[in-house]
Design a protein around this ligand. Structure first.
Ligand SMILES: *Cc1c(COP(=O)(O)O)cnc(C)c1O
Length: 513
């Protein structure tokens, strides 16, 4: 299979890496993102045969067609490992019909019970493989240390993906007191010889700023290289290695929809995605470009609704916008980094450069009429208040016996408002138990941010899951790995100061462990 090169959305980086090198490099020189230079095309019969194949073969086929620069056999072997027994449903990303015409794509059957696993069970295998190959060819001596600042979901998924992967180490920083107790327990009980976890005194922003400062510290980089043979990398959601697996589950879902009779072969489905950094919905957009019959892309936001405004007006504006806390924290984002890739495909590198510079300088940018018309050809958007999202959880459970997490509820509600004649695929990004406290609030009729009723006050997040099961007997069991957290031994307890020195000190102490 011919390899496809990656080019820079801002046209500044002329290195044109193949897939594996784009994954290890992460971001283009000059701050742009890597996009494939050309896109494959699937015919309808090619899509429909996936219904009879195991999930790992579906993803392997997408990777091969995207010109991933590894042998087909090697891609197959890595995919078998990525989408294997660690998933609690052998279909990996099953499509479930809730009511005729409304289907849910469940992306949370992986080890951390949230959608980041779809990419992070896969990407670290390719990262590790790429480093191995580069070292074997004498192009690289160092191993890689992945630093992650997390508000909750990404940190655990990245730890689980990189744990015990050759040539890599991973250290995750979370805001102490700023993640749910389930999320904290998931991280501090992480297994693996190459992992580290630290709390940071401060909020997520402090945490992220400090990690970025450590990244940009050349003296620190030199120290890591000389003393430890390590380079830093970040594996964040703008890495193309995280996007490609997210195209595959839309290809897979369409084949399943046709096989189950949910959509006629070749007829379009709409897709509704709860959106934060624009990565998941961008996967659906690419799926549409390579031939999956997708009608409209419904972009669902919570109260941080900057994308709704962009899709309604063509102006992306964060100049006068406060960050709002919501029950769907993984969508609490002001700068949706992956939007840059969409803009590149619609308008090209010169425009992207200008708009990104406006965003930095003026905290806003406006796209031209032609580009705006193209955005509107594919995307429609709406947003949901905090209380509406909890009310949706309660109503959908009462009406259909299906319990959703607050992120999925945002998409469900938007899908109901925007749906047309075509069947809708609502993308479900977390198991309800991962956000059990707010699911409990929803079922008990307590508003977001209000105190829990006295019977539930003082219960831990894990204890609340039992209360949820009592209120929602059809909800199904709590995933084994979440339930087991109550007996798991914490391995990490350190909390460090925010700021570059706090982060660097933590990394040094972890390296000396
Ligand atoms: C990360 C995440 C999202 C947002 O996905 P993007 O790719 O950033 O748009 C939505 N829901 C959950 C549960 C997530 O973890």
């Amino acid at each position: 299979m011919r390899s496809i090169s990656y080019i820079d959305t801002r046209g500044a980086d002329g290195s044109r890496p193949a897939f594996t090198r784009a994954v290890v490099t992460g971001i283009a020189a000059g701050g742009g993102l890597f996009v494939p230079e050309e896109l494959p095309a699937f015919t309808l019969p090619e899509l429909l045969v996936f219904a009879d194949r195991p999930y790992w073969r579906r993803v392997a086929a997408v990777f091969s067609r995207f010109g991933v620069d590894l042998d087909g056999d090697r891609i197959d072997a890595l995919m078998r490992e990525a989408y294997g027994v660690q998933w609690d449903d052998e279909r990996i990303a099953p499509v479930v019909e809730i009511v005729p015409g409304t289907h849910v794509l469940e992306l949370w059957h992986g080890p951390t019970s949230a959608f980041k696993d779809m990419a992070l069970q896969c990407m670290p295998l390719f990262f590790s493989e790429a480093v191995d190959t580069m070292q074997a060819h004498g192009e690289l001596d160092d191993d890689y240390l992945i630093l992650v600042a997390t508000s909750g979901d990404t940190g655990k998924a990245a730890l689980e993906g990189f744990a015990d992967r050759a040539h890599t180490g991973i250290v995750v920083f979370y805001p102490d007191g700023g993640v749910s107790d389930i999320q904290r327990l998931q991280m501090v009980t992480q297994h693996g010889v190459n992992v580290g976890v630290f709390g940071v005194r401060g909020n997520f922003d402090d945490c992220q700023t400090a990690v970025k400062a450590a990244f940009n510290d050349e003296v620190f980089a030199a120290e890591l290289h000389e003393r430890h043979g390590l380079r830093l990398s970040s594996a964040n959601s703008i890495n193309w290695g995280r996007l490609l697996p997210q195209i595959a589950y839309y290809v897979s879902a369409y084949a399943d929809m046709v096989a189950s009779g949910g959509v006629k072969p070749g007829a379009p489905m709409d897709v509704c995605v709860p959106t934060g950094n624009f990565g998941n919905i961008l996967g659906a957009y690419y799926a549409k470009l390579i031939g999956v019959p997708i009608g409209r892309l419904l972009c669902a936001s919570n109260e941080n609704n900057v994308l709704t405004d962009f899709i309604a007006t063509g102006t992306y504006d964060i100049s006068d916008r406060d960050f709002v806390l919501t029950p769907s924290p993984s969508m609490d984002i002001l700068i949706s980094s992956n939007l840059e890739r969409l803009l590149y495909h619609l308008a090209g590198p010169e425009q992207v450069r200008a708009w990104m510079s406006d965003l930095v300088g003026q905290r806003r940018f406006t796209v031209d009429r032609e580009t705006f018309a193209k955005v509107r050809e594919h995307f429609v958007a709406d947003w949901v208040t905090n209380d509406e999202s909890l009310a949706t959880i309660r109503r959908v459970y009462a009406e259909h016996g299906y319990l959703m997490d607050p992120h999925t509820a945002v998409a469900w509600e938007v899908a109901e408002r925007l749906r047309g004649e075509d069947p809708v695929l609502v993308v479900s990004t977390a198991h309800w138990a991962k956000f059990g406290a707010d699911v409990y609030r929803a079922l008990a009729g307590v508003g977001y941010g209000d105190a829990l009723p006295s019977a539930a006050a003082g219960l831990t997040g894990l204890e609340l899951l039992d209360e949820v099961c009592a209120l929602a007997p059809n909800a199904g069991p709590v995933p084994v790995r979440l339930a087991a957290l109550c007996d798991a031994e914490p391995r990490f307890a350190d909390v460090v100061d925010a700021g570059r020195e706090g982060i660097e000190g933590a990394v040094r102490s972890w390296l000396a462990r």
